[in-house]
Write a protein that binds this ligand. Sequence first.
Ligand SMILES: NC(=O)c1ccc[n+]([C@@H]2O[C@H](COP(=O)([O-])OP(=O)(O)OC[C@H]3O[C@@H](n4cnc5c(N)ncnc54)[C@H](O)[C@@H]3O)[C@@H](O)[C@H]2O)c1
Ligand SMILES: [Zn+2]
Length: 355
Amino acid sequence: MQDIVIDAPSMRSVIHCGSGTFARYAPLIQGNGIFVITDSNVHRLYSDLIENTFAGATVHVIKAGEASKNYNVLLGILRGMISAGLTRSSVVVALGGGVVGDIAGLAAALYMRGIKIVQIPTTLLSQVDSSVGGKTAIDLDGVKNIVGAFYQPEEVIVDPLFLATLPRRELRCGLGEVVKYGGLDAGIYDSLVKNSDRLFSEEFAEEITPACIRHKAKVVTCDERDVGGARKTLNLGHTTGHAFELYYKRRSHGEYVLIGTYYELYIACKLGVTDASFADDFRALIKKVTGRIPSFGDAANAALVAKYDKKNKVQSQISLIVPKERGVCEEIVLPIEQYAALIGECAAYLKGEKA
Ligand SMILES: NC(=O)c1ccc[n+]([C@@H]2O[C@H](COP(=O)([O-])OP(=O)(O)OC[C@H]3O[C@@H](n4cnc5c(N)ncnc54)[C@H](O)[C@@H]3O)[C@@H](O)[C@H]2O)c1
Ligand SMILES: [Zn+2]
């Protein structure tokens, strides 16, 4: 067990990390009313644990899946909080994956202008990434995370006990973000390479999670509101990943991050930013997690989606964060037409590779 601290300007956030942290810290959560938010899958698996740990708490269950990150579900949560009689000294507990964490975080930020929230992430993705750093949001009118707030959890309890029930596909999604950290942090990269034959084991997830959280905590401490440039590095692989995610909608976020990183490495090599042998090693690592990389027939069109920013404003330049060498990333800025053409070229290369 270990504690990692984010000393952000808005608030100090303590992350309890490791096996046994749930049993040790969850029963200590105190407040004038505890309001647990979870989703239908997690509730089915852990309702006994929730009831035994948070006796007397109100448990609010939302439907599992990204589609729940909307304003109707948010209003349902806020109404539930009013019915439960929550006050400024009550506590919200978000027990679930990134969807639960993001919407519960926003509800806690809004209710009475902000009440305490404790995040208890139950997917690998939410343990290494979304539960840490205070970004909360819902989607609106097809735009992801467009309505939200920066709102730090006072505590995060990251216990690998929840990973035992996680389907392999969800592990892969979490590994997508772990590979992202591998492009930013030499220690995480070395660990991924050294353990490339056991990436899907619970033991590896447990070992690598604190390193990922420490990396994110460092970044968030110096750039909490994503304005100084440091937090932008966490977008590694995400420009293309998000474009593919919005265009194809078939896979999950973490899977598109892996595919996006692969395509962006192709561009980085072509532009001479990333050394070819390091790029080969990194791509081999990606394939260990995700298997074959799809050679989308209309990849160049899909990439054009990247020209719309969060407010749907059209941008003529595209920014990519790419792994440059072990533990070092670099930002590439290039015109949208050149970017789309290179993405199309990578898809053609992948098609040839398969033939
Ligand atoms: N706030 C941030 O900084 C940030 C960062 C990255 C991603 N996100 C957001 O996180 C979300 C994705 O998070 P996610 O991948 O955790 O998705 P998710 O919350 O939808 O969980 C994935 C699936 O796993 C199930 N599940 C959760 N815990 C389980 C467990 N222990 N055992 C079995 N099944 C379990 C869920 O019910 C769901 O079906 C996206 O909405 C994304 O935008 C936010
Ligand atoms: Zn991500």
